[in-house]
Design a binder for this molecule. Structure first.
Ligand code: C2E
Ligand code: MG
Ligand code: MG
Ligand code: MG
Length: 298
């Protein structure tokens, strides 16, 4: 009857609420623990950058490296940025962490220049909070000045959602960054919401096709259409187009034939620690050679 039903509903409601708070507490607890750990990690210098090469589909030349952050807690396996970047974002720790990333990447880019690759660009991912933070321009300028890296050797990766949310403000920030002489690319392109009329107004240099469209490129007709559409969009806007997540020779062949300028992915190389990235650059100094893997050359 009605009373029984009401009591059950209350009971279930209570239980649901309990489950809800328990989950929430676990979430908050995890976040707080992670936050404390990250804060300490930053003090103790436990972060490092790995670098993934990007090659030109026409010449095979390695034109750039993307810096990707890792957390290396002592005695434990590396932690993926997918786990700690969101926490760093929420807590604001991304600002000092991002500052360190910029400095470290610029210093390494300058080392690569000194080692015989003066034209190499190093790309740094920006997070939303970092992008909207007032300190960004000063942080970028400081990283360039301290390292002595020419701005032309630095590229910043942003995402669609970062710039579309407050477009007018974003256009201004991008203009200032571009005025410093560096270049800007849009990461994970195609997964966010982009207004095409805004896209035209943003001072951009490149679109990076999200790896989700590349994965099944050779078997999925829709992905193939999307990739072709992004390449043609980039073309008509005068932007370079980069494909990420290139894992097979078929991916590469298809993208090269379709007019994609640059590619990046496990086929060419996994992200590498500094010294291995340097070795990779030396080893493929005349262009990436799929037949010449590291360590087995003459
Ligand atoms: P992203 O910028 O789109 O980076 C590409 C991700 O794909 C990297 O994962 C890279 O290791 C991985 N990847 C590269 N080639 C392949 C491939 O052929 N196949 C597959 N399946 N994956 C590939 P990672 O390093 O775990 O980074 C994940 C995301 O975390 C990045 O996506 C970026 O959004 C963020 N992130 C990484 N480093 C930083 C950083 O220094 N600052 C900020 N704000 N975000 C970062
Ligand atoms: Mg990226
Ligand atoms: Mg991406
Ligand atoms: Mg990304």
């Amino acid at each position: 009857n009605a009373d029984v039903a009401l009591n059950r509903a209350k009971e279930e409601g209570r239980n649901n609420f309990q489950f809800y708070t328990q989950d929430m507490e676990a979430g908050v607890f995890r976040r707080l623990t992670m936050e404390a750990n990250l804060r300490r990690a930053l003090k103790r210098d436990e972060f490092l950058l790995v670098y993934q090469p990007k090659i030109c589909t026409r010449t095979g030349r390695i034109v750039g490296l993307e810096a990707l952050v890792r957390w290396a807690p002592p005695g434990k396996p590396l932690v993926s940025p997918a786990e700690f970047i969101p926490v760093a974002e929420q807590t604001g720790l991304i600002v000092p962490l991002g500052r360190w990333i910029l400095r470290e990447a610029c210093a390494f880019a300058q080392e690569c220049r000194a080692a015989g690759r003066p034209d190499l660009t190093v790309a740094v991912n920006l997070s939303a909070r970092q992008f909207h933070e007032r300190a960004l321009l000063a942080d970028v300028a400081a990283a360039l000045t301290e390292s002595g890296l020419p701005p032309a050797n630095l590229e910043l990766e942003i995402t669609e959602s970062m710039v579309m949310s407050e477009a007018e403000e974003a256009i201004e920030t991008l203009r200032r960054l571009k005025a410093m002489g560096l270049s800007i690319s849009v990461d994970d392109f195609g997964t966010g919401y982009s207004s095409l009329s805004y896209l035209k107004r943003f001072p951009l240099d490149a679109l990076k096709i999200d790896q989700g469209f590349v994965r099944d490129l050779t078997t999925d007709a829709e992905d193939r259409s999307i990739v072709a559409a992004i390449i043609s969009l980039a073309r008509s806007l005068g932007l370079q187009v980069v494909a990420e997540g290139v894992e097979t020779a078929d991916h590469l062949d298809h993208l090269a034939a379709g007019g994609c300028d640059l590619v990046q992915g496990y086929l060419i190389s996994r992200p590498l620690p500094q010294d291995e990235a340097q070795a990779f650059l030396r080893h493929h100094a005349d262009g990436w050679d799929p037949a010449a893997s590291l360590g087995v050359g003459p």
